[in-house]
Design a protein around this ligand. Sequence first.
Ligand code: PLP
Length: 357
Amino acid sequence: MSPLSCPRARLSVDLDALAHNYRTFATLADAARTGAAVKADCYGLGLDHTLDRLWREGCQDYFVATLAEAAAVRQRLPDATVHLLGGLLPGDVPALRGLGVQPVLNAPEQVAQWRHDAGAGAPCDLMLDTGMNRLGLRPDQLAGLDLDGLTLDLALSHLACADEPDNPMSEVQRDAFARLARDLPVARRSLANSAGIARGTGFAFDLVRPGIGLYGGVVHPALADRLRPVAHVEAQVLQLKTIGTGDTVGYGATWRATRPSRIATIAIGYADGYLRGFSNRGAMVVAGTRCPVVGRVSMDLVTLDVTDAPACATGDWVSVLGGGISLDEASQWSGLTHYELLTTLGHRYDRRYLGQQ
Ligand SMILES: *Cc1c(COP(=O)(O)O)cnc(C)c1O
């Protein structure tokens, strides 16, 4: 890499850990097949190598949110089944047909449009709304639906509260889904996201759709010991300085030293997804020692109190996420979910893909 393009923050993606997590879901799903939600660039971790590895692990079904994402998956995996979750907008049909991507039809007009424009044989999916009230066909809309001539692959629904182990809404949704999907002329049925899979095989149906858990996010206690971290974010120490008692650090002068302190300025900030919620709350691992974030996070920089890590030197790599900092801790400090912590990672990282490609 040329020195001009050499970033001072890097994101390492452990493909072996990704594969481990995929196999964990496949085991939990038992007889059901295991697909993958790869929207938002595989939740911020980058598409290409991640897709290659999922494909090698036997993943056949990929779920995306936009046409551009669908095109990117299709280009990388010519033989995969690609499902576009967002549904069909007027004008989408030629692009979807051209790419060989199947839309998840969310409304009666979308069903009618696909029937009219796509022709027989072009597979599609049906999203059933079992209580999320976001996308999907409501039960009363299913009754009068003309499905004649459609090649229906999946009936899907999405769980609203799967990450709350004691919330009975998941069972209510599962039963509604089983009842509604039973009479539909579909090839396969699919309900569970990562947290839904953790609830047991009663939620697996024919195909499960994990997302966050593949990338190391833990969204159900039953998954805590079974998933491995995938992302490791590191950034370099740009400068070290010693300040006196009473001196302040950063915008707003929100942190004041209560002892002579050694301050390290690190090359990561909110433009890299290290959002301002970490201000005066986060911590990073510096040469084996946890050091607190002091002062506000700024766009490209964050400051640490490294007084207790005397070995810290300019140019050192500091662990920001992974490498001793769990998503759970980062989530508690920042108020961000595991989903947000990963999907907001920016575009400036030197991205490395470790393990078998
Ligand atoms: C994002 C998404 C998933 C994956 O959910 P996770 O909670 O990340 O496992 C599954 N199904 C649908 C419809 C989704 O939008």
